[in-house]
Design a protein around this ligand. Sequence first.
Ligand SMILES: C[S@@+](CC[C@H](N)C(=O)[O-])C[C@H]1O[C@@H](n2cnc3c(N)ncnc32)[C@H](O)[C@@H]1O
Length: 197
Amino acid sequence: MNWEQSYQEQDTPWDLGEASPPLIAVLNNEEIKLSVGQTALVPGCGYGHDAEALRRVGLEVTGLDLAPTALKSAEKLYGESVRWIEGDFLDTSMVQEHSVDMIFEHTCFCAIEPEQRRNYVESAKQWLVPGGFLLGVFFTDPPPRVDGALGPPFGVSLEELRGLFGESFTITRARSPDRSHPDRLGREVIVEMVRNT
Ligand SMILES: C[S@@+](CC[C@H](N)C(=O)[O-])C[C@H]1O[C@@H](n2cnc3c(N)ncnc32)[C@H](O)[C@@H]1O
């Protein structure tokens, strides 16, 4: 999948034009404990809506993406209060080790090839401070692609998530979100997990 090309061609059907509805619900209901000044990373941030939502509640946010065109648009939309960085989340050589308190995952995990998932877990572990946490909205049952391709998005079951993250993280909560985009209703799960120390 050539993400940069899709952004250049403005062919971005995944973009909701707003932050992930499950994230908005979690923030509105103050379901997770966040403190002003805590640091957060949003891998595969796209146009940056989720990063901006986290910034608005007082976090110091970094939005990371492979696609420079997405990041340019994110900066145009939301300015420089979020730190936008270009890079491959799966490349552990670019990890700023133990530098973030929180990772927010939304449609980056489903964008990578399933064989690369262990790299995702390793990067997440390296970025987070011990005791830091990952809040993720994961596609369990993505809508089928019109071209019949298997993905992306590639779905993942909660059982698979437990198997992948279980060694380095403790899953503290997993549930169907209170709110979802209509196209994603019943197709996603929101998971909180803490990096083991
Ligand atoms: C399906 S889009 C979702 C974008 C955004 N999260 C949203 O919900 O609109 C997947 C995003 O992940 C980015 N991406 C894919 N693989 C990546 C990787 N290995 N490292 C960083 N970003 C990646 C793509 O460039 C794209 O912006």
